[in-house]
Design a protein around this ligand. Structure first.
Ligand code: NI
Length: 167
């Protein structure tokens, strides 16, 4: 089991746009395993490769309480979206901060799974939120980027204070 360090906002590396995966090979499977271990240990319900400073288009999600329903999305693409829903979001790269973000209520996502097989999934609710949040990471976007400038400044100040307290 390998736990990977998670980049912390506002690390500029979080703003890297990830590159498509060209082959789902041993290397990618190791990355998926390490990302899942890191997500479960955090604990979190979703993690994008960007957050562990690997800029390939890989996402892991597990919304189960038992941590036995890992969903892997490689080169994910949202092919349809409808409705608007607002949900309070958090992020392992922005610890302790929860803010409301409006996103599509329902999405259809196409991706490759951990064996390199293509699949299409319709999602709503928390899964839809999570997939959109993680795909944003691959695009170099963090959920706080949707907030007002004032809120972003407050978050930065709070994170700085948290860091001082830890040190
Ligand atoms: Ni996140």
């Amino acid at each position: 089991m390998a736990l990977l360090p998670i980049l912390q906002y506002p690390d500029p590396k979080l703003y890297t746009v990830a590159a498509p995966v060209t082959a789902v090979d041993e290397d990618i499977r190791r990355l998926i395993k390490d990302m899942a271990d890191t997500m479960y240990a955090a604990p979190g319900v979703g993690l994008a490769a960007t957050q562990v400073n690997d800029h390939r288009r890989v996402i892991v999600i597990d919304l189960s309480e038992s941590h036995d329903h890992l969903q892997v999305f490689i080169n994910p693409e949202i092919v349809a979206r409808s409705g608007v829903a607002t949900c309070e979001e958090g992020c392992l790269s922005v610890p302790g901060i929860f803010e409301k973000v409006a996103r599509a209520e329902r999405i259809t996502v196409r991706a490759l799974d951990g064996r390199g097989e293509s699949f299409t999934l319709e999602a709503e609710g928390l899964l839809a939120v999570c997939v959109q949040h993680e795909i944003d990471h691959l695009e170099g976007k963090v959920f706080v980027d949707y907030l007002s400038r004032l809120k972003q400044q407050r978050i930065l100040a709070r994170l700085k204070k948290q860091k001082r307290q830890i040190l």
